[in-house]
Design a protein around this ligand. Structure first.
Ligand SMILES: Cc1cc2nc3c(=O)[nH]c(=O)nc-3n(C[C@H](O)[C@H](O)[C@H](O)COP(=O)(O)O)c2cc1C
Length: 323
């Protein structure tokens, strides 16, 4: 069974972005569910072997904190034997196992994973069966609409198979794989999926504001919304969406608030082994739209470690550029 979610707004899995520090911040700001960055099933198996030899668990590789719960781990990879092994390894630690069938990156689709699977009906069915048979934890799915424009309705058949095989929730980003991030997410397709499904549907794609979240829910009837890019360097969006859905208004945040929030983020990163290059990119995102932000970002580019970065951001917060 799916856990109970405290809010209708979820944080999207984003490689290099939805690290354990940002996830925790989003959770603290009211995200109903957070999802790890997508994780290769073969890496899980290889890492677990190494870690076991040193009496450690997979938690050293896929870091998270208890306060994030309910937490979902997203997997990719289509080798059925490896999938079973990987699910057995991560199953005990996570509340939901999410399967990626949306990633458009060529290095993923070339290995018959991510969005490429949308056109592989038989293999997809076997993947769902393997996932559901291997663990008692709920299995969810994240899909795009199809591979190319000509196949943009593949989601219909895949969703039906998913439901029949016991998948418990589907997140739908209604762009095709070949679209990447161009054009718009076609929210009409979310409405269609909701109408043909008996399991919860999470609408995703192009939510930039709390108003967008409400519009998507009203227009499509989706049960939940998932927010990706608008949450980058902006964990406030979850509180804003929750307030807007509940009361029709929400608090605005200033750049000072954003900067404070970045320091909170930085503080949280110290508990985890997040790559410094990723932390730097997060710093860029937290300063997006700030007055003097581009000058600040060029300084951030040259920072070499956390102390450097902290100093640059500290200078910025006392500097008139920002105020
Ligand atoms: C930098 C970045 C990394 C992403 N990584 C993943 C991922 O690991 N797994 C996944 O299912 N989707 C991934 N996505 C897609 C998002 O989860 C989401 O479906 C997409 O960004 C559309 O939502 P949005 O318009 O709210 O950003 C990624 C998107 C971005 C921008």
């Amino acid at each position: 069974m799916l856990p109970k979610f405290s809010s209708k707004a979820f944080l999207a899995p984003m490689a290099g972005v939805s690290d354990p520090a940002l996830r925790l911040q989003c959770k603290q700001m009211g995200a109903g569910l957070v999802v790890t960055e997508f994780t290769n099933i073969h890496s899980i198996i290889a890492k677990e072997k190494q870690l076991k030899e040193n009496m450690k668990t997979i938690q050293e590789f896929i870091e998270y904190s208890e306060q994030e719960r309910p937490i979902s781990i997203q997997l990719f990879g289509s080798d059925l034997f490896a999938l079973e092994q990987a699910v057995k390894i991560v199953g005990p630690y996570f509340d939901i196992i999410d399967y990626n069938m949306g990633c458009p990156a060529p290095h993923i689709t070339k290995q018959m994973a991510g969005g490429a699977l949308l056109q592989e009906v038989n293999l997809t069915q076997q993947i769902f069966r393997t996932l559901v048979d291997t663990t008692k934890k709920p299995i969810t799915l994240k899909i795009r609409s199809g591979v190319t424009d000509a196949s943009r309705f593949l989601f219909r058949e895949i969703a039906e198979i998913a439901e029949n095989e016991g998948i418990q929730m589907i997140t739908f980003h209604p762009r095709t794989v070949s679209q990447g991030y161009s054009g718009n997410a076609d929210w009409d397709l979310i409405k269609e999926l909701k109408e043909i499904s008996n399991i919860p549907i999470v609408g995703n794609g192009d939510i930039s504001t709390p108003e967008d979240a409400k519009t998507m829910m009203d227009e499509t009837g989706c049960d939940y919304v998932m927010i990706g890019r608008a949450a980058m360097g902006n964990p406030f969006i979850f509180e804003q969406v929750n307030d807007y859905l509940n009361t029709g208004s929400f608090n605005k945040y200033t750049f000072e608030d954003k900067l404070d929030s970045f320091f909170d983020y930085l503080h949280l990163t110290k508990k985890f082994k997040i790559k410094f290059s990723n932390i730097k990119s997060q710093a860029m995102r937290f300063t997006k739209g700030m007055k003097g932000g581009s000058q600040l970002r060029s300084k951030i580019t040259f920072s070499k470690n956390i102390d450097d970065l902290e100093k640059i951001m500290n200078d910025a917060s006392t500097n008139t550029i920002i105020k």
